[in-house]
Design a protein around this ligand. Structure first.
Ligand code: COA
Length: 168
């Protein structure tokens, strides 16, 4: 386990093929139930308005997350997708820090939106994480959120950052 972890915003224009290969390894590290390479290429290269953050250890990407800041979900929220941490790096606060990094970025730009996400109802690890940093389960407010197998969660950016800061 590396002790030197770096958190970085990595947008599509600066993303190299080598870094994308590394991201693929991370994304595919949780078994078959992940996006295809084509979908991931779309998320990482084509959706240029997404904001993407990675965690780097020893020059290697070990965790990543994407946000759509222009989402119409929950009447206009920053929509989180695709949080993934390499199994051997989990339970070290990396997911928490990636969310913190993103909140600081948006708050630094004066953004006061809600951050929202969908999570499988049986993904207790992720649900624990989201609750720990302040997210709450909400009723769906639009058709896109209506899915019997997923929860919709959201939280204001300021509340997330205050919750995370209070953890340390
Ligand atoms: C869910 C996931 C992103 C958590 O990443 P992580 O870096 O290990 O998370 P953190 O170390 O920041 O953990 C923060 C909190 O999350 C919860 N959590 C994380 N792993 C957990 C586990 N194995 N069991 C129970 N709760 C867990 C805990 O509340 C934890 O706080 P604690 O350490 O005080 O118990 C990671 O397990 C993962 O990549 N899973 C597969 C992909 C996935 O499910 N992504 C979410 C899609 S919605």
């Amino acid at each position: 386990m590396a002790t030197n972890l770096e958190y970085k915003k990595l947008n599509s224009e600066e993303l190299t093929e080598e870094q994308f290969k590394n991201i693929l390894e991370v994304e595919q590290s949780d078994g078959d139930d992940c996006y295809s390479e084509e979908t991931l290429r779309n998320i990482w290269f084509e959706r240029t308005t997404n904001d993407n953050f990675v965690c780097i250890a020893n020059n290697k990407i070990v965790g990543c997350i994407n946000f759509n800041p222009l989402s119409q979900r929950r009447n206009g929220s920053i929509y989180m997708i695709n949080l993934m941490i390499l199994p051997e790096y989990r339970k070290n606060g990396i997911a928490t820090n990636l969310i913190k990094e993103a909140c600081e970025y948006y708050l630094g730009k004066g953004c006061k939106k809600v951050m929202s996400l969908n999570v499988e109802k049986d993904n207790y690890k992720a649900i624990n994480l989201y609750k720990k940093v302040g997210f709450e389960i909400r009723e769906p407010v639009c058709e896109a959120d209506e899915d019997d197998e997923q929860y919709v969660m959201d939280c204001h950016l300021e509340e997330i950052i205050n919750t995370i800061r209070s953890l340390y």
